[in-house]
Design a protein around this ligand. Structure first.
Ligand code: UD1
Length: 354
């Protein structure tokens, strides 16, 4: 069985690594790794391949940045001939980025089976580009690998046949479990004992100057109590400069490699973020997470984990931060099947396919 894996953006890389490694050496399996080139900076891509031990891609489509339509269309145009020529039996896509939806559109029309890793997550907010990607991907995929039961329920509600759905757990946690010991060894970067780790890159937060200004003001306020360490996505850094905003005393860093960032998370007093994956990683690590969004496609991190949605309300951020500083942060537990063995479960399903 020839299996294609298609990845393109930073959050795909920690998800593909465990599946590639679980399928490695299974009888009758050959694997082809395709990078769309959606992310191309060394510190958004290459460094992740190195640290996660992912082999160099067999094909790089080198699409680069663009509008959603441009990027998605470019991936489709460049991927179609590769699929036609190499005729994979199954194509695996990961997460909810433009590379994911572009691939599923190409493969569905060519009659090639697709498996979606991290299926079923829903924010129910279609203003979020990823929500559109999730909805389309799950409608067209043939195998849907879900991280938690809420995913199964969402898919059932959308009329997806139960025999297509496999509750396998959270594959990103496989990478975390494997590399946490190395992460704990990373340098403390001359950081104080207590600090707030911040990431922000959602268009809704960073593409609007008033919104970004408001968030930065809140962070400068946080910084009075707790050093703010802020590895900035290229998009966010560009916006701060373009809008002429003041990141003042905040410790703005370049995007961090995977292991280093995991080290920063594991030691943080609190994490403030709008990322999806970080809500999950902090839940696993038991680190308090304040999510600067009105909704989440990962509700289990709120119901079981350490995540609190603070939305757009600076007052809520203030009060939740005060709780953390007072040692009264919400306690959480690790959701079922977030155990480091999800890649193996996916490989088991795939190798039993006829
Ligand atoms: C993409 C994903 C998002 C994910 C995020 C993680 C979609 C719709 N969005 O958002 O779900 O959480 O990745 O990073 O797929 N840029 C660089 N260097 C790079 C890549 C991007 O400088 O290597 C800059 C470019 O200015 C680019 C901008 O970042 O225009 C946005 O990149 P893009 O891939 O469009 O979306 P992300 O914001 O990274």
């Amino acid at each position: 069985m020839n299996i294609f894996h298609i990845v393109g953006a930073r959050p795909n890389f920690m998800k593909v690594a465990p599946v590639l490694s679980a399928l490695q050496g299974r009888q009758g399996v050959t694997q082809t790794l395709i990078h769309t080139g959606q992310h191309y900076d060394v510190n958004m891509s290459d460094v992740f391949f190195q640290q996660l031990g992912i082999p160099a891609p067999d094909v790089n489509l080198a699409v680069g940045s663009g509008s959603h339509a441009q990027q998605t269309a470019e991936i489709m145009l460049r991927l179609e001939p590769v699929v036609l020529e190499r005729r994979p039996e199954i194509v695996l896509v990961y997460g909810d980025v433009n590379s994911t939806v572009a691939t599923v559109l190409v493969c569905a029309k060519l009659g090639v089976r697709v498996g979606h890793v991290e299926a079923g997550l829903r924010s129910f907010d279609r203003s979020m580009p990823e929500e559109v990607n999730r909805l389309v991907t799950d409608q067209l995929a043939d195998l849907l690998f879900t991280p938690s039961e809420d995913g199964d329920k969402n898919l059932a509600h959308e009329g997806i046949a139960p025999e297509k759905i496999f509750l396998v757990g959270n594959v990103m946690i496989d990478s975390l479990v494997r590399l946490l010991p190395a992460a704990r060894e990373t340098s403390r970067r001359e950081l104080p004992e207590r600090y707030a780790l911040v990431t922000l890159h959602r268009p809704a937060n960073v593409d609007d100057s008033a919104r970004l200004k408001g968030i930065l003001e809140s962070l400068l306020e946080v910084n009075r109590d707790l050093t703010v360490v802020f590895p900035a996505h290229p998009r966010t850094r560009k916006r701060i400069v373009d809008f002429g905003l003041n990141a003042g005393q905040l410790r703005l860093l370049d995007p961090c490699p995977y292991v280093d960032f995991l080290g920063l998370q594991s030691r943080a007093t609190v994490v403030i973020t709008d990322s999806g994956g970080i809500q999950e990683e902090t839940t696993y690590l038991g680190v308090p997470c304040l999510t600067v969004r009105e909704n989440t496609e990962r509700p289990i991190t709120v119901s079981m984990g350490t995540n609190v949605l603070v939305g757009r309300d600076p007052e809520k951020l203030r009060s939740e931060l005060a709780r953390v500083l007072a040692g009264k942060a919400k306690k959480g537990s690790i959701p079922p099947l977030w155990d480091g063995r999800t890649g193996e479960r996916i490989a088991d399903v795939l190798t039993k396919l006829s």
